[in-house]
Write a protein that binds this ligand. Structure first.
Ligand code: SF4
Length: 208
């Protein structure tokens, strides 16, 4: 974070205000403005493979592994306008930032509009521990699911207090591990094979 006392260390950004709001986003924020407040989960929403893992992991945490305890934050919405999404973050007692890389973009962005925010930062790339390429077209979709699940499971275990440890996840992938990394529901098509990891077949827990 920049040292606010030394403004030379900070970037200055002016963001044009919008008058409209996104109805789906505001409705989701309203539904999840619970008492007590849920844990807010934001992530790098970036273009590269590492950002893709962080984004998917945040979705798994908030929508599959701990939907009762966490709420998914739209980084762009919370950063660019002071409506429902930013309110969720302001009122949250705990905020988790799943970052794609050392740039820590989500936590640094939000510190610009909510300087008092003290998110628990999780570096996704240090969990799956691979040097992924920039292009998401260079990583098999199934492996994104494997890496993202690994990150999401650790986030729930270490940062979502009171959440049960993720149990077996019904999977369409044929995985036999107790907690499937595929994170697929029985009704959704799962990856049929995860052998396509170009760099490291040993990273595939379905193949242990
Ligand atoms: S992980 Fe880093 S390089 Fe990739 S999109 Fe996010 S901030 Fe950009």
């Amino acid at each position: 974070m920049c040292d606010m006392e030394k403004l030379m260390d900070c970037e200055t950004v002016r963001i044009a205000k919008v008058t409209g709001t996104c109805p789906a986003c505001e409705e989701y924020a309203k539904e999840n403005a619970t008492a007590p407040p849920k844990i807010a989960v934001m992530a790098c929403e970036g273009a590269c493979s590492r950002g893709e893992v962080a984004r998917r992991a945040a979705n798994m945490v908030a929508h599959r592994l701990a939907p009762g305890e966490t709420v998914r934050i739209c980084l762009g919405g919370a950063f660019t306008k002071d409506t429902g999404q930013r309110s969720l973050m302001r009122r949250a007692e705990k905020v988790i930032a799943i970052e794609g890389c050392f740039i820590n973009c989500s936590s640094r962005m939000m510190a610009g509009v909510l300087p008092e925010l003290k998110p628990e930062i999780v570096r996704a790339d240090l969990i799956y521990n691979l040097d992924l390429p920039f292009g998401i077209d260079e990583v098999p979709d199934e492996m994104f699911t494997v890496y993202a699940y690994r990150v999401a499971e650790q986030v729930v275990r270490e940062h979502v207090a009171g959440s049960p440890t993720p149990g077996p996840v019904p999977s369409g992938c044929g995985c036999s591990v107790p907690s499937s990394p595929c994170g697929q529901s029985r009704d959704s098509p799962g990856p049929s094979d995860v052998t396509a990891d170009p760099g490291s077949p040993s990273q595939n827990p379905c193949r242990r």
